[in-house]
Ligand binder design. Structure first.
Ligand code: FES
Length: 260
């Protein structure tokens, strides 16, 4: 794990709190421990949020989501139930961007060890836009340029094997995740939900600002280091943090999407 990666894996709290105290994000990360922040906030609010997010939220660069031509992507560019990919927080770590076509409410995501965290639901005018890490939490299958075993199945195109629709399914070992419920596991061998990407809207633009949940980045970098070195030139380059993310329809990045 790179030094920068370690530095940014500090415990910090939600973006709403960041905004509420009117601080620059980097200054906030640099200067505030969680105890120091507590003094700015109502104690019960602080303890409720922190109790649920502790250790699960990692803020990275605030990265603008853009189209291929470099202009910011807007809500209307994200078509309902289409599968889009972008890379965040590292140059090599793929994520799904999905417009689920209806309001997606926040939920408490529960892990098998009983710990929970709060997933805030969709963003956008309809609160229908969500984003998740596209690295399967089971054994890290992910979309490469050649193929993608893990994909979104729209409501009108259910999986042939699990018969589920409106889900993210990984055909490597048939784990099924619910994008309307913080990525929770619906079926299969995966034990952990998909990590979600924390999105923010600002002046009609969309930004990725962090990762919520148990990310799989360390295992991903370790397992695929040979492939990543080949594709990106070095492990360090594969681990570079991004500050802009090009959003692509999955078919524009992956030659073959494997659906099952
Ligand atoms: S790697 Fe995705 S289900 Fe096993």
């Amino acid at each position: 794990m790179g030094k920068e990666h370690v530095q940014r894996h500090v415990l910090i709290i939600g973006t709403d709190i960041d905004r509420s105290i009117g601080m620059n994000r980097r200054d906030f990360i640099k200067t505030c421990g969680t105890v120091a922040v507590a003094s700015f906030l109502d104690a019960s609010f602080f303890s409720n949020v922190l109790a649920n997010q502790e250790g699960f939220l990692k803020l990275y660069n605030k990265a603008l989501l853009i189209k291929e031509d470099g202009s910011p992507i807007t809500e209307k560019d994200i078509l309902p139930h289409k599968e889009y990919l972008f890379f965040y927080p590292f140059t090599s770590t793929p994520c799904f961007l999905l417009n689920l076509g209806e309001e997606v409410k926040g939920v408490e995501v529960k892990l098998s060890d009983g710990k929970t965290y709060l997933w805030k639901g969709g963003v956008g005018s309809k609160k229908s836009i969500v984003a998740y890490s596209a690295i399967c939490s089971h054994q890290w299958s992910y979309p490469t340029k050649e193929y993608a075993f893990i994909n979104y199945y729209p409501p009108d195109k259910p999986s042939g094997t699990t018969k589920k629709a409106g889900v993210i399914q990984c055909c490597a070992h048939l784990s099924v995740f619910d994008p309307k419920a913080g990525g929770k596991v619906l079926e299969g061998p995966a034990e952990l939900p998909l990590a979600s990407v924390v999105l923010e809207e600002d002046g009609g633009k969309l930004f990725a600002v962090g990762i919520l949940g148990k990310d799989q980045f360390d295992a991903f970098f370790e397992n695929y280091k040979t492939d990543l070195r080949k594709q990106y030139g070095s492990s360090a380059k594969a681990k570079e943090l991004v500050d802009k993310c090009i959003v692509l329809e999955v078919e524009k990045y992956v030659k073959e999407t494997i659906r099952c």
